[in-house]
Every structure is written in structure tokens, then in C-alpha cells.
Design a protein around this ligand. Structure first.
Ligand code: MN
Length: 239
């Protein structure tokens, strides 16, 4: 019998209509891509109970850190700059705990957008609080109202990395971020870079598998049927 690959996706949360009811959720692109990629998706609700996080990780075979709002700059020891969004400290510490226990229990991790950024911060790296503080940026990294599956820039892939070994020299990707990695965390490698020099993919050197991507493969696969991103999910869920 084929084994189920249970994929836990970290929840985002928001009081959408300011009614006092906080909803925990993921965009359906995640569950759709995971399902079509061969996994069984479940949403992991936000908690500050460390023993609960440990139980979550015991239940899953794969961790996906979903996208969302900016991480608190305090986590990388920077004061807040004007462009940074209001952070959700509870979500930040939940995501950090998920990473800690996934590494401890050798559960592979895919971090998407904010998910990639918090992996970098977990390993001691820093972020540009807004891309205007990186003077080399000239490409459109916030694609705004374009279809979520429309690719807007290319990334160059590093040979010898998971991305480079599976997808060749370059990929077209979508882009929904106003922040980016500044200093790379300890023990990580750059596996993808945009043509204006921004880090768009990271992996770890040793230990259990970790991949962080700055773009949204789940939107490109789910909303656009992108074949490369379909391949990405199918490859990953075999890890
Ligand atoms: Mn980008």
C-alpha cells in the first residue's frame, strides 16, 4: 500500500472583518498544490505551546512554512524601518518553533516567501525590511494585480543544489515580496538568485532537507498549471 505523505502547512491568522474572531487559514493554492503533488495537506494552527508544536511535527512527514506578513525585525536584531508591516509576534515564534522541531526530528521543510525568510532568520540571517534599501534592485518583485501564476522575472539556479540539479540553469517565477534576504544565515547556501542579485532560493548544507523559495510555486502550479512547479511539488514530496 502506498504511504500517505502528510504535509503540515503553517497557518496564517487574521481578524478579517474586525469582528473579534481571528481566523486561522492558508490560501487554497497550498492545499491544492500539495494534494496534486501527491501529499495529504493539513493546516497547523498557531500555538505558543512548545509541547504542542512537538506533537504537530510528530504527526507530519513534511513541513511547509506558508507566506504572509513581515517578520518582526527584532528577530534579527534590527530596529523597525518605516516600510515594515505590523508583525504578528505569536506567528513569528510559532514558525520558529516549527523549524526547531522539524530539524530536531529530521522532517524536511519547504519555506515559501515569508517561510524562506524566517528560515534565514532562524539560522541567524537578516532581511532587507524593504527592497528600497537594496540599491541594486531594478526588477519588479511586487507584481501587484497580475495573475498569481504569471511569472515576472527569472532566477539563476546554482549547480549542485536541489534547484539546480532538477531545473537546469534558470526558471521564470512570480514575485510577491517587498522584502528579501540581506545576510545569509549560518549553514545555508544560495540556490537561486534573481538577475538583480537578490537571493530567491536557499538550501541547507548538511542535515535534513530544507528548501526556501522567495517566489510562490503553489500559485503558479495551482492557479496556472505551471509544469515546472508541478514537478517541484512532486519531487519534493518524494523526499
Ligand atoms: Mn522576486
Amino acid at each position: 500500500m502506498e504511504r500517505n505523505i502528510v504535509v503540515g502547512v503553517s497557518a496564517a491568522r487574521r481578524d478579517f472583518d474586525r469582528s473579534g474572531f481571528i481566523r486561522e487559514y492558508v490560501n487554497e493554492h497550498y492545499s491544492d498544490s500539495i494534494t496534486r503533488g501527491g501529499g495529504v495537506p493539513i493546516i497547523l494552527p498557531i500555538t505558543d505551546d512548545e509541547s504542542m508544536v512537538s506533537k504537530y511535527i510528530d504527526m507530519i512527514d513534511y513541513l511547509v512554512l506558508s507566506g504572509g506578513q513581515d517578520i518582526s525585525p527584532k528577530l534579527y536584531n534590527e530596529e523597525f524601518l518605516p516600510e515594515v508591516e505590523v508583525p504578528d509576534l505569536k506567528r513569528d515564534s510559532f514558525d520558529m518553533l516549527l523549524i526547531k522541531y522539524a530539524i530536531k526530528k529530521k522532517i524536511p521543510i519547504l519555506g515559501i516567501c515569508r517561510g524562506m525568510q524566517i528560515i534565514n532568520v532562524y539560522f541567524g540571517g537578516t532581511l532587507y525590511q524593504d527592497l528600497r534599501y537594496n540599491e541594486n534592485i531594478f526588477l519588479k518583485h511586487i507584481q501587484g494585480l497580475d495573475s498569481p501564476s504569471t511569472p515576472v522575472h527569472k532566477i539563476k539556479l546554482q549547480k549542485g543544489s536541489f534547484l539546480g540539479d532538477n531545473f537546469g540553469d534558470e526558471l521564470w517565477v512570480n514575485s510577491y515580496h517587498h522584502q528579501g534576504i540581506k545576510e545569509l544565515g549560518e549553514g545555508l547556501i544560495i540556490s537561486a538568485c534573481s538577475n538583480d542579485g537578490l537571493i530567491e532560493g536557499i538550501e541547507n548544507k548538511d542535515g535534513s532537507f530544507i528548501l526556501g523559495v522567495q517566489w510562490h510555486p503553489e500559485m503558479m502550479f495551482s492557479a496556472g498549471g505551471n509544469v515546472e512547479m508541478e514537478k517541484l511539488f512532486k519531487k519534493l514530496l518524494k523526499k
